[in-house]
Design a protein around this ligand. Structure first.
Ligand SMILES: [Zn+2]
Length: 256
């Protein structure tokens, strides 16, 4: 697959109209059994959280998905929209989905929020209103069996992921990589972002108390979920490929 060669020193690829994407999500979700809560609003943008109850009992898993915390990573919110429209969730799963954690960043086509705060480093002692509102929403939710945070990386040579699994549960990473491989190249580097990687999989061994600036995933592992993956689609490949990679990853993880 041909790389775009566009991203030098940052993301220079396609942008999205996040307001239109959120409106499409708002229209598609109720028809497929989701309810929405707007847990924050700022500069005319909503921060929706969607909930889809399990259709069959006993419930097999309670799963949390989030996207769009970095405003220069359009594949995540688009994958959330695509997943809602495709409506292929397992009936036994209860799903919580936050499709865009940084709409203002998308409007500005920048990673951080309007004040320049990287929201995905703001979960230990939150300074931003966005992260405080998100944490307040998370605190009202039940524990999750696992989380999936949808991202992109403009430097990546292919798709990769981080899996946190401190209790040694059956891993999610391998089945995700196997599914994504069919639609997107995998980054096979043995070192990604300064961490050892094998076959596109990074298993961070840093415990949250050791790190001063928590990403969302550290908050989740610390308080709400004992397993989960941060999914990184490679920004130097076409947007449709990145969206397909994230959709395939989520569907693979949800195969319970
Ligand atoms: Zn990101």
């Amino acid at each position: 697959m041909q790389r775009l060669g566009k991203n030098h020193g940052g993301y220079h690829g396609e942008t999205i109209d996040i307001r239109a994407v959120l409106q499409e999500i708002e229209m598609a979700a109720p028809a497929h059994g989701w309810t929405a809560e707007i847990f924050h609003a700022q500069d005319g943008f909503p921060w929706p959280a969607l909930h889809r109850p399990a259709r069959h009992m006993p419930r097999a898993a309670r799963i949390y998905l989030s996207a769009g915390i970095h405003g220069d990573e359009p594949a995540g919110p688009l994958a959330a929209l695509r997943l809602i429209q495709a409506n292929r969730w397992p009936d036994s799963a209860e799903i919580f989905l936050v499709p865009c954690l940084n709409p203002i960043g998308f409007q500005l086509n920048q990673r951080a929020n309007a004040a320049g705060i990287d929201l995905n480093r703001d979960y230990r002692n939150p300074k931003s209103a966005e992260t405080r509102a998100h944490i307040a929403w998370l605190e009202r939710q039940p524990p999750f069996d696992f989380y999936l945070c949808l991202h992109e990386d403009w430097e990546a040579h292919g798709f990769y992921l981080y899996e946190q699994n401190p209790d040694g549960r059956p891993p999610l990473a391998e089945k995700i990589i196997a599914a994504v491989r069919a639609v997107c190249p995998i980054d096979l580097s043995d070192n990604i972002e300064g961490r050892a990687a094998v076959n596109g999989i990074i298993r961070p061994n840093l415990s949250p108390p050791q790190r001063p600036d928590w990403p969302e995933a550290f908050y989740l592992i610390g308080y709400q979920s004992r397993q989960g993956c941060t999914l990184e689609a490679p920004s130097d490949f076409p947007l449709a490929t990145r969206v397909a990679a994230l959709v395939a990853a989520v569907n693979a993880a949800l195969t319970i």
